[in-house]
Design a protein around this ligand. Structure first.
Ligand code: C5P
Length: 301
C-alpha cells in the first residue's frame, strides 16, 4: 500500500492479493472457516482519494478505470452504505467519536468478485487513509482490530511485507519476507463467484498439509519447488459452481507456467512465471484464447 499526503487530501494505492496456498481446516462455531493461507500482494491496484467534507458527511464515488474513469455503481460495486469502504469510514468515525466527514473517490482496477480481495484492500486503504486525513493517531494494533471486524482478508493489507501467512479466519498475520520478486499472469473470466457460496460448498481438507514448507521455499527464493506446493481447497467447489474456472485451468495447464491455480474463492486464476518476459509472452497467448481479462502482475520483494 502506498499513500501520499497532498495539500487537502490523502491518496492511497492499494494492491490485489493472490493466495498461493489456502487450506480450509474446518468449520467454526461462529459460521466462519478456520484457514491456513499464504497471500502475496501484486502490482494491480485500486486508488482511493480522501478529502475532508466540511458538512461532516461521508460520501463515496466509484470510478471504473477500465471504462475511462466513468462514475459507476452496481450491485457488485455499490457506492452507498453497503460498500466496505463506506463501512470502514463509518466504523472509524463512530469508534473514534469524531464528527468529521469525508469525500472518497474510489478508482477501481481490481476486478470484482474474483478472489483478488479488491474490496478488502479498499477497506484497509480507507482505515489507513482516514487515520491520516482525520489525524486520529490510531496505532497499527487498533487499525488491525477494526480491520478484523470488517472482514477476514482486510488485516493482511495493513501488513508492511508483500507476503504473509494468515490463520484463524484470516486475521492472524505472520509477515513473510521474500528475497526476490515473483512474476504472475492473472486471468479473470467474465463471471465472478460469491465468497460465501464457495465456502458453503467446500469440504474440509482430508489430507494433512502445512503452509510451512511453501513459506520456507519462498523465503529461500526456491521458486520452482515453491510452485509444486501451491494449494487451494476452494478451487474444487469453485469449479463445480462455475465452468469458467475449469476452462481457465485447462488453458493454464497447456502453457509452461512454473505453477498455477485459482486465487481465493475465485474466479480469478493465476500462473507463476520464470521472468517478466515469460509473463508477457504467456499473457499474450492467454489473451488470444479470449477466456477473460488477462493481467501481468508482479509481487515485489
Ligand atoms: O470475512 P468476509 O466478510 O470477507 O467473508 C465473506 C464470507 O466468506 C463470510 O460471510 C463467510 O461465509 C465466508 N468465510 C468463511 N470463512 C472465512 C472467511 C470467509 O466461511 N475464514
Amino acid at each position: 500500500m502506498l499513500y501520499r499526503e497532498l495539500t487537502n487530501s490523502v491518496r492511497v494505492d492499494t494492491p490485489a492479493k493472490l493466495n498461493l496456498f489456502l487450506n480450509v481446516l474446518g468449520k467454526r462455531s461462529d459460521g466462519y472457516h478456520e484457514l491456513e493461507t499464504l497471500m502475496v500482494t501484486v502490482g494491480l491496484h485500486d486508488t482511493l482519494e480522501f478529502r475532508d467534507d466540511p458538512a461532516g458527511i461521508i460520501s463515496l464515488r466509484c470510478f471504473d478505470s477500465a471504462s475511462r474513469s466513468e462514475e459507476t455503481s452496481s450491485r457488485e460495486l455499490p457506492a452507498g452504505a453497503e460498500n466496505l469502504v463506506y463501512r470502514a469510514a463509518d466504523l472509524l468515525r463512530r469508534e473514534s467519536g469524531i464528527a468529521r466527514g469525508a469525500q472518497i473517490n474510489l478508482h477501481k482496477r481490481i476486478p470484482l468478485a474474483s478472489g483478488l480481495a479488491g474490496g478488502s484492500s479498499d477497506a484497509a486503504a480507507t482505515l489507513v487513509g482516514l487515520n491520516r486525513l482525520w489525524k486520529l493517531g490510531l496505532t497499527p494494533g487498533e487499525l488491525h482490530s477494526f480491520a478484523a471486524r470488517l472482514g477476514s482478508d482486510i488485516p493482511f493489507f495493513l501488513c508492511s511485507t508483500s507476503a504473509a501467512v494468515c490463520r484463524g479466519r484470516g486475521e492472524i498475520i505472520e509477515p513473510l519476507a521474500l528475497p526476490l520478486g515473483l512474476h504472475f499472469v492473472v486471468a479473470r473470466p467474465p463471471s465472478g463467484l460469491s465468497t460465501a457460496e464457495v465456502f458453503r460448498h467446500c469440504r474440509s481438507s482430508q489430507t494433512a498439509r502445512s503452509v510451512s514448507h511453501l513459506a520456507e521455499c519462498l523465503a529461500r527464493g526456491r521458486v520452482e519447488r515453491a510452485a509444486k506446493l501451491f494449494h487451494n481447497s476452494l478451487q474444487e467447489p469453485a469449479e463445480r459452481l462455475n465452468a469458467e474456472v475449469t476452462r481457465l485451468k485447462r488453458a493454464f495447464t497447456r502453457l509452461p507456467f512454473v505453477g498455477h491455480q485459482m486465487s481465493g474463492s475465485g474466479t480469478s486464476y493465476f500462473g507463476l512465471c520464470r521472468s517478466r518476459r515469460q509473463a508477457l509472452q504467456l499473457a499474450a497467448r492467454l489473451r488470444a484464447a479470449r477466456l477473460g481479462d488477462v493481467f501481468v502482475a508482479q509481487c515485489r520483494p
